[in-house]
Design a protein around this ligand. Structure first.
Ligand code: ZN
Length: 117
């Protein structure tokens, strides 16, 4: 392999890695946005419930719409979370999943700090 090939290969690996990281960050941002959206719907549902309690006339369809939206948000959240889990880091020693912030594997004690050349 020539020096140029090696350089090219190195550049590819770096851009692939940063692409993955970017995708994970985007998925996390999407999850945060959906969770905010869900809290908003729950607040709305709470207001509707309070109006029912106050004997106001609240159409069932309105309650159902909010509940349907919450269910839809849950489905989207689930899909995003599965995507993140697919990218779970694994210990190079025992192949068990490890938390991204972990310094050592809790199963086998393997150091998980990135090795610097
Ligand atoms: Zn391990």
């Amino acid at each position: 392999m020539s020096m140029w090939d090696r350089l090219r290969k190195g550049t590819q690996t770096v851009s692939e890695k940063s692409g993955e990281l970017l995708e994970m960050a985007q998925t996390r941002a999407a999850i945060a946005k959906l969770e905010t959206e869900k809290i908003r719907r729950f607040t709305e549902l709470g207001e509707l419930t309070y109006r029912v309690y106050s004997r106001e006339d609240v159409p069932d369809a309105e309650m159902e719409r909010v509940c349907d939206e919450i269910r839809e948000l849950d489905r989207e959240l689930e899909a995003h979370r599965e995507r993140l889990e697919g990218d779970t880091l694994v210990c190079p020693g025992c192949s068990r999943p490890v938390k991204p912030e972990a310094r050592y594997c809790s199963e086998c004690g393997q150091s998980l700090r990135p090795v610097r050349p």
